[in-house]
Write a protein that binds this ligand. Structure first.
Ligand code: SF4
Length: 310
């Protein structure tokens, strides 16, 4: 990869992953309203698109409108997020956003911002606490404001890090991706990376033997070299191959052999492990998620007729 540009490398990754996962447009949320994109972003971080789509649908189907979500007890909001990790934290963030929105605008519709220049729209949205999350911000730019953004959560960052695409923080990594991947391929690219992260590039033990990218991936290559060396010699290890890589690769290979054949893809993806992956030394990462803020004092009384926004 010494002479290969980052764009070319990412393009190769895209091509390989597309062959493996065959993008399914019906699993993408398509264009959303700004409010829906915020909720979708909160639901989607570190979970699959299917799970996030289902959560968004439950909000739309099970509540009368967004005002009902705002004034509902947290247990009821949490129920819409029941099958995804940290439902309580996500429910708090969604309800807090709706409260903030209502306090500022007395409504639940931000779509006028979609007609404004992107910078101006973002400036208006930044004061909302939920926009401290780079992932939510990028999701809203990509799905509601029509801009070029590639939302990166910890799962995608883990996979990209093992592939040698590392930056000290999520906004820097996102900027690199957005420069290297054109807008018309951005959404598909990151959806494929998500598939990878939830399929083979798992937190504890990546299943490299059945990964489409094993021949391109420095982590897998270093693990293979280290395994060949049998521990007698030091295999050349790139910065993104952790010392335990060989062990992980051996374990994964054994698992793969025991399973009999390649390709038994998991039907449902496990929740992301909160413990860090055996990550590359160069990919220590702060969370992309905005810091949890204290629950604000009780909701303002709802005006009797405020509805809408859905
Ligand atoms: S080869 Fe292994 S480490 Fe590399 S992307 Fe695939 S699963 Fe992840």
């Amino acid at each position: 990869m010494a002479t290969q540009s980052k764009s070319q490398f990412l393009n190769d990754i895209h091509t390989h992953l597309k062959r493996r996962y065959k993008p399914k447009p019906d699993r993408s949320p398509g264009r959303l309203s700004i409010l829906e994109a915020v909720v979708y972003g909160v639901c989607h971080e570190d979970v699959t698109r299917e799970q996030a789509n289902q959560a968004l649908s439950r909000f739309k189907d099970e509540f009368f409108d967004w005002n009902e979500v705002r004034v509902s007890p947290i247990e009821e909001v949490r129920e819409a997020l029941a099958d995804i990790p940290d439902p309580e934290g996500r429910a708090q963030r969604i309800r807090r956003f709706l409260r903030q929105l209502f306090e500022k605008t007395y409504a639940f519709n931000l779509d006028a911002l979609a007609k404004k220049p992107l910078k101006e729209a973002l400036k208006t949205l930044q004061p909302y606490e939920v926009f401290k999350s780079d992932f939510v911000t990028a999701t809203v730019i990509q799905l509601a404001l029509g801009g070029h953004a590639i939302p990166v959560d910890e799962s995608s960052r883990r996979a990209l890090g093992r592939l040698g695409i590392t930056e000290p923080d999520v906004p820097s990594l996102r900027a690199v991706l957005e420069r290297a991947v054109p807008k018309n391929r951005g959404q598909e690219f990151i959806e494929l990376i998500e598939e990878l992260a939830h399929d083979t590039c798992l937190p504890e033990t990546p299943e490299c033997p059945r990964c489409e990218l094993r021949k391109l991936c420095p982590y897998a290559q270093a693990a293979k070299e280290a395994a060949k060396g049998g521990g007698k010699h030091h295999a050349a290890k790139p910065a993104d191959a952790p010392p335990a890589a060989a062990k992980h690769a051996e374990k994964a290979e054994e698992k793969s052999k025991a399973a009999g054949k390649d390709g038994a893809r998991k039907a449902s993806h496990p929740a992301p492990d909160p413990s860090p992956a055996p990550a590359p030394a160069s990919s220590k990462k702060p969370s992309a998620r905005g810091p949890a803020a204290p629950e604000p004092p009780g909701p303002p009384k709802s005006p009797p007729t405020k509805r809408g926004g859905k």
